[in-house]
Every structure is written in structure tokens, then in C-alpha cells.
Ligand binder design. Structure first.
Ligand code: C2E
Ligand code: MG
Ligand code: MG
Ligand code: MG
Length: 286
């Protein structure tokens, strides 16, 4: 009897897994279609980064968005994860790079010049054609390497490290910037980072979101900023949600901040409007 109960439990569990598996396959198919159709279901929001020392905004992160055919928002963590597991990420990232470069060209025509961060996955940087693809896109459009920052997480940087270091070193020598995303939740020590070809450290938002309320986070963040500076890196705090946290980061000598306190990620046209109307004096720095 008890064996039978156990059996049905297992059965139930397997059914659940099957369903989830099928749902994932379907989502992946829909994502493929969305990339191929290129009809606006996939797009980007841009989130500004405030330079605390220069007291200006001239950088932004491009964050992908997907509203599927039913009009539902699909969480990027979910579909990016799926794309990574299936290998579709390489195709998706090419599309991402092409679109972001189109946007930079468009902004340039309108008289704006921003630096934009693009999120990459480990498979992108390890792909044999990645460097050629990126260079070809930059060369055939009115953009420069210096306008593009490549964001990779710690884990992405140390996977197949020798190859990744070689490629990033080359890309850096051409003017691209390299940023370590979500820093602090991975495994690498700061001494590891010393060996990597990087320009920027982005402290993970889990240390920043409650910075004003958590002394331990304050200690972690202030020492990470100081060590980042010792390594010659520019340090960014992502997930800045309130004025108190911003002021602490300013005291800690943080270079750039990004977060809802400054602005949520915005559609390109809203981004320009925000930028045009943004008053640096509204930021309480002193
Ligand atoms: P990420 O690169 O670490 O991006 C920062 C995330 O934090 C974004 O989530 C952003 O909307 C969110 N964020 C910014 N400020 C705040 C804040 O003050 N509070 C809180 N709670 N969150 C804030 P999002 O847009 O949902 O993206 C999630 C992740 O998806 C990104 O994390 C990145 O890893 C990935 N992703 C997004 N776009 C792309 C893309 O084009 N390509 C790839 N490969 N990955 C992408
Ligand atoms: Mg990022
Ligand atoms: Mg990320
Ligand atoms: Mg991040």
C-alpha cells in the first residue's frame, strides 16, 4: 500500500516534469519565431548610468524585453536562461548586437552619443565567429568600439579562461570596454580579477538594494569599491533604489550608479526624453 502511494507520487512528479519540459520547448520555439519575425515583440529598454564624479549621464545598459504573441511579458532571466541552455543564445546575441548598433546609429543621427553596455553570455564570447561578427558590425556602421561595453559575469569570464582572456584582451585593445556583471555573487576573488582584461566592476544589486539598511552590505560594498580602485577599475553599483544608498555610494567613492532611484529601464524614445530633461542638480550628492 505504502509502495503504491510512493509510486503515484513518482508518477505525478514525472508528469509535472514533462509538462514543464514541453512548456520550455514551446517557449523556445516562440523565442526563435520572435527573433526571425523581428516584428517588435523583442526590443530593448535602456537604463541610464550616472557618473558620480563627472556628474553626468552618458552611459546606459541595454536590457532586452519580450512581449509574446499573447501580450505577456516574459521575464528576461527565464528566456535568456533557456536560450543559453539550448544554444539559441548565439543567434539571439547576434540579433541583440545588430539592434543595439542600429540604435546607436539612430541616436547619433539625432545628435546623441551614448556608451551602451551589452550583456553577453559565456557561449557568445567563446563562439569562433564572435569577434569577427562584432568587428564587422562596428566597421560597417557609424559607431566606434569605444561606444560599446561588453558585460559578462564572473562565471562567464573564467569559463574557458585562456580563450576568453585572449579575445577580450584583443577587443579591449580595439577600444571596447569590458565589465564584470553581478560581481560578488560568483566565486572569484579580487586577486583573480587582477588577471582579467577588464575595465569595470559592477557590484551585484543584492548588495546594493538595501544598502541604506544593512551595515554588512555597506562594509562589503565600500571595501569592494576600494579594492576595485586599487586594481584600476571603474566601479558601478547596480540596483540603487533610494537616495540614502546613493549618498552612501557617493561617500564610498563609487564611480557610477544605476538603479530605479535614477530611472527604470526605458524605451529608446523615453530614454531620450528623460535624458533631455534630466537635472543633475536633482541628485543629492553633497
Ligand atoms: P543584469 O545584466 O544584471 O541587469 C540588471 C538587472 O537589474 C535588470 O533586470 C534591471 O532591470 C534590474 N535593475 C536595475 N535597477 C534596479 C533596481 O534599482 N532595483 C531592482 N530590483 N532591479 C534593478 P532585467 O532587465 O530583468 O534583466 C535581468 C537579466 O537578464 C540581466 O541582468 C541580464 O543578465 C539578462 N539580460 C538582459 N538583457 C539581456 C541581453 O540583451 N542579453 C543577455 N545575454 N542577457 C540579458
Ligand atoms: Mg548587465
Ligand atoms: Mg547578467
Ligand atoms: Mg547585473
Amino acid at each position: 500500500n505504502s509502495a503504491k502511494t510512493e509510486q503515484s507520487r513518482i508518477r505525478y512528479y514525472v508528469d509535472g516534469e514533462d509538462e514543464e519540459y514541453l512548456a520550455r520547448l514551446q517557449l523556445l520555439d516562440e523565442l526563435k519565431d520572435a527573433i526571425n519575425e523581428d516584428n517588435g515583440d523583442l526590443f530593448f529598454n535602456y537604463q541610464p548610468k550616472l557618473d558620480l564624479k563627472g556628474r553626468k549621464v552618458n552611459k546606459a545598459e541595454a536590457l532586452i524585453r519580450w512581449i509574446n504573441k499573447n501580450g505577456d511579458f516574459v521575464n528576461p532571466e527565464v528566456f535568456i536562461g533557456l536560450a543559453e541552455q539550448s544554444g539559441l543564445i548565439v543567434t539571439l546575441t547576434r540579433w541583440v548586437i545588430a539592434k543595439i548598433i542600429e540604435q546607436l546609429v539612430e541616436w547619433h543621427k539625432q545628435g546623441y552619443s551614448f556608451k551602451v553596455s551589452i550583456n553577453l553570455s559565456a557561449q557568445d564570447i567563446q563562439h569562433p565567429d564572435f569577434v569577427d561578427f562584432l568587428l564587422q558590425k562596428v566597421a560597417t556602421n557609424d559607431v566606434s568600439a569605444a561606444q560599446i561595453t561588453l558585460e559578462l559575469t564572473e562565471r562567464d569570464l573564467v569559463e574557458n579562461e585562456e580563450l576568453v582572456v585572449e579575445r577580450l584582451t584583443y577587443l579591449k585593445s580595439l577600444g571596447f570596454e569590458v565589465s564584470v556583471d553581478d560581481y560578488g555573487i560568483g566565486q572569484s576573488s579580487l586577486s583573480k580579477l587582477k588577471q582579467l582584461p577588464i575595465d569595470e566592476l559592477k557590484i551585484d544589486k543584492s548588495f546594493i538594494m538595501k544598502l541604506d539598511q544593512c551595515e554588512a552590505d555597506q562594509d562589503i560594498v565600500s571595501s569592494t569599491i576600494a579594492l576595485g580602485h586599487k586594481l584600476g577599475l571603474s566601479v558601478v553599483a547596480e540596483g540603487v533604489e533610494n537616495k540614502e544608498s546613493l549618498m552612501l555610494l557617493n561617500d564610498f567613492d563609487c564611480d557610477l550608479i544605476q538603479g530605479y532611484f535614477l530611472s527604470r529601464p526605458m524605451k529608446p524614445e523615453d530614454f531620450l526624453e528623460w535624458y533631455d530633461n534630466y537635472e543633475i542638480t536633482a541628485v543629492p550628492l553633497d
